[in-house]
Design a protein around this ligand. Structure first.
Ligand SMILES: [Zn+2]
Length: 87
């Protein structure tokens, strides 16, 4: 199972270097039952993941996600995170 990584720049989840759908309702879905919005028609969302589902993540964003992961792991463990293949 491959890991999902969040693209903070576009606020979207990615997996295996491609964007995933946001998982919100599809436009036109009738909401409910219950709740304030019950019976209303969902107008859709403008999430990056939905608009770009399946598209490849750019090298620039991949590098940014990698850098963020390193800094998180380093601050959590106090141990320098070394990617596979690095000295
Ligand atoms: Zn969405």
């Amino acid at each position: 199972m491959s890991k999902q990584v969040f693209d903070y720049t576009h606020q979207a989840w990615t997996q295996d270097g491609a964007y995933l759908d946001c998982g919100h309702y599809q436009a036109g879905t009738i909401l409910g039952p219950g709740g304030l919005n019950s019976g209303k028609v969902f107008q859709g969302c403008d999430c990056y993941g939905r608009a770009h589902e399946g598209e490849a993540v750019s090298a620039e964003i991949l590098a940014e996600m990698d850098e963020r992961e390193r800094s998180v792991i380093t601050s959590n463990n106090g141990v320098r995170y070394v990617l596979e293949g690095e000295a």
